[in-house]
Design a protein around this ligand. Structure first.
Ligand code: FEO
Length: 342
């Protein structure tokens, strides 16, 4: 694979992970993923925006070699999670003069996680800029998308937003930009459901924060870029702000068919009343599909038998996921409207 030019002197230099099937030992990746890193060669300084997962650091270094990059001045760390920061130590080893640009919180995390020496950092404030000569990087604090230290980087002259995980999708593809909006919508919604939905209030604030920026390209650090940014901005706005729909999500387990019969009765009764039902047998369900269903639903009904007076483990996990993804501190059975009060 070669580096890809996005704009003059702006390149994609990331890695595509076609075969990864699990993220954070938790999230299924049916379509693989990518770790997008971007190189900006300004007239005076060169910056690298995020790196790649440490398992693919050689791919990044190879891309930099192919471009003949003999100097990097800044490595921008929008996010400390290792799928984007994990190759920073190798980049610093190859380009020892480079400084890492990060929020103060991200600096602390990178020191703890990767043992990067403190003297390697330049910390930036919200909306602070750094000049590359003919190009300007603006750093926009965007906490909790999806860790507390996250920020976005905006390349002013080219109107490119580098938001790291925000707007991303786990999708391995050679397409630099979204070509199939249906597929991209599905992958981005799945990503939002699994990664961003627990921080919905923060997502709303961060969407508000960037609404006045003129953006020609959104270049996330997972999945293809958006050269029609309104597509993903509109989708995020809908997922984060819309009222829930009259949909019932019904995850269940049945040992000998009794719970299934009750579930099927309920599905029929609700359907007759015009309610959309999404039913998930948890012994075969893709947890990502269940997470996606939770984005829009107003009601969740969990069907389960008991074992020694307890829910089976899978159901307990679903209660955990539900509380984690949708309600945070609320108990199962609480409606989404309570989410806004939490
Ligand atoms: Fe793609 Fe939060 O890491």
């Amino acid at each position: 694979m070669q580096p890809r030019e996005i704009r003059p002197q702006v390149y994609w230099v990331g890695a595509i992970d076609w075969d990864r099937r699990l993220f954070d030992a938790l999230i299924p990746l049916p379509d693989g993923t990518s770790y997008n890193s971007y190189l900006i060669k300004g007239s005076e300084k060169t910056a690298l925006i995020d790196t790649v997962d440490p398992t693919m650091q050689d791919v990044l270094i190879n891309h930099l070699n192919q471009l003949g990059v003999d100097n990097i001045d800044y490595v921008v760390a929008n996010h400390a999670e290792q799928d984007h920061s994990g190759a920073i130590p190798q980049v610093l080893e190859k380009y020892p003069q480079a400084k890492v640009i990060a929020t103060p919180k991200c600096k602390g995390m990178l020191i703890d996680l990767l043992m990067i020496p403190e003297g390697k950092f330049i910390t930036v404030n919200d909306k602070e800029t750094i000049s590359l000569g003919d190009r300007t990087l603006e750093f926009i604090y965007a906490p909790w998308v999806h860790w507390p230290e996250t920020m976005l980087t905006y390349l002013r002259e080219d109107k490119i937003l580098f938001p790291c995980d925000f707007f991303g999708s786990h999708l391995a593809t050679t397409d630099l930009y979204v070509t199939d909006e249906g597929q991209a919508y599905e992958a981005a919604k799945r990503y939002y459901a699994e990664i961003m939905m627990p921080f919905r209030t923060n997502i709303q604030k961060n969407l508000e924060k960037i609404k006045d920026y003129v953006i020609d390209i959104i270049a996330p650090s997972h999945g293809p870029m958006y050269d029609r940014p309104e597509f993903i901005l509109k989708a995020y706005h809908s997922w984060a702000f819309d009222e829930p729909k009259n949909i019932v999500v019904l995850p269940y387990i049945s040992m000998h068919g009794s719970t299934r019969k009750m579930v099927e009765y309920l599905v029929g009764a609700l359907t007759q009343r015009g309610v959309t039902v999404k039913k998930f047998d948890l012994t075969v369900t893709d947890i990502g599909k269940l997470a996606m269903a939770l984005v829009d639903t107003a009601t969740v009904v969990i069907g389960t038998p008991t074992v020694l007076d307890e829910c089976p483990e899978t159901q307990t996990e679903v209660c955990f996921y539900y509380r984690f993804l949708r309600l945070g501190r609320q108990d199962c059975g609480t409606t989404r409207r309570d989410d806004s009060k939490s």
